[in-house]
Design a protein around this ligand. Structure first.
Ligand code: MN
Length: 207
């Protein structure tokens, strides 16, 4: 099978107390696992057209995906790309103030890291139902957006620098209906080193 769930780069309980072990096990093994299984099923129907593409390439050019599997690839290819990023941009003993060029860019575009967190939290909270909040780099500026379901900014020609999963499966076991608390706690596990690498990619990204 072409796609597989990447191993977590840390233990399931490593993000405690902000993200609990039970959530991480279900989220990584079962939810991400299902997206990958479904994506592989869709690609297997069109091996010549789709078999050599990465999940990011598929999501970035959905119009090139045959119509009979396009919605499946949108949802499950998106699910794979989104979660692969999600595990990478989190780490234990992380969080804190972003430094270096990403820290400077945040100050330039939002005034402060506090303001970025406020606006990002609002975007995540306002996303009705399931979806993601994102930070992207467009026209030389950082911007916040949100998407429904497993849609990824790549489908709009934008490379996401970071994103937070606001599906209930990402937080409900620990935070129940308190999505705002989860959004606030999540900053404690953001791996700014990984985000910096994505910021460098975003600056050279051509849709
Ligand atoms: Mn998820």
């Amino acid at each position: 099978m072409p796609f597989s769930v990447p191993e977590l780069p840390y233990a399931y309980d490593a993000l405690e107390p902000h993200i609990d072990e039970a959530t991480m096990r279900l989220h990584h093994d079962k939810h991400h696992g299902a997206y990958v299984t479904n994506l592989n099923g869709a690609v297997a129907k069109h091996p010549e057209e789709l078999g050599s593409k990465s999940a990011e390439q598929l999501v970035a050019n959905l119009s090139a995906v045959p119509e009979d599997v396009r919605a499946t690839v949108r949802n499950n290819g998106g699910g794979d790309v989104n979660h692969t990023m999600f595990w990478e941009i989190m780490a234990p003993n992380a969080g804190g103030e972003p430094m270096g060029i990403i820290g400077d860019q945040i100050k330039e575009d939002f005034g402060s890291f506090e303001e970025l967190k406020k606006q990002f939290g609002e975007a995540g909270l306002k996303q009705f139902g399931s979806g993601w909040a994102w930070l992207v780099f467009e026209g030389g500026k950082l911007k916040i957006l949100s998407t429904a379901n497993q849609d990824n900014p790549l489908s709009q020609g934008l490379y996401p620098i970071l994103g937070n999963d606001v599906w209930e499966h990402a937080y409900y076991l620990k935070y129940q209906n308190k999505r705002a608390d989860y959004l606030a706690a999540w900053w404690n596990v953001v791996n700014w080193e990984a985000v910096m690498k994505r910021f460098a990619k975003a600056q050279n990204y051509k849709a």
